[in-house]
Design a binder for this molecule. Structure first.
Ligand SMILES: [Zn+2]
Length: 69
């Protein structure tokens, strides 16, 4: 006789309703990253990073900015 290989695994007790699922997802919204104005050029940049627009950090020029073609 053929041996049945039935594996038992955890199955949710009941279906999660649309409301319950959506209520849980309500806390997963994305937020905008913190942005500050560059003290040298005034562009909005992420804090504690070299400015992409003027290449400055703490009001000192630290990297050369290549002009976009
Ligand atoms: Zn800048």
């Amino acid at each position: 006789m053929m041996k049945l290989n039935i594996q038992m695994f955890a199955v949710p007790f009941r279906k999660v309703s649309k409301t319950r699922k959506r209520t849980r997802q309500a806390h997963k919204a994305m937020t905008a990253p913190g942005m500050v104005a560059c003290p040298t050029c005034g562009e909005m940049i992420k804090p504690h990073r070299v400015c992409k627009h003027c290449g400055s950090y703490k009001k000192q020029n630290v990297v050369e900015v290549k002009e976009a073609e």
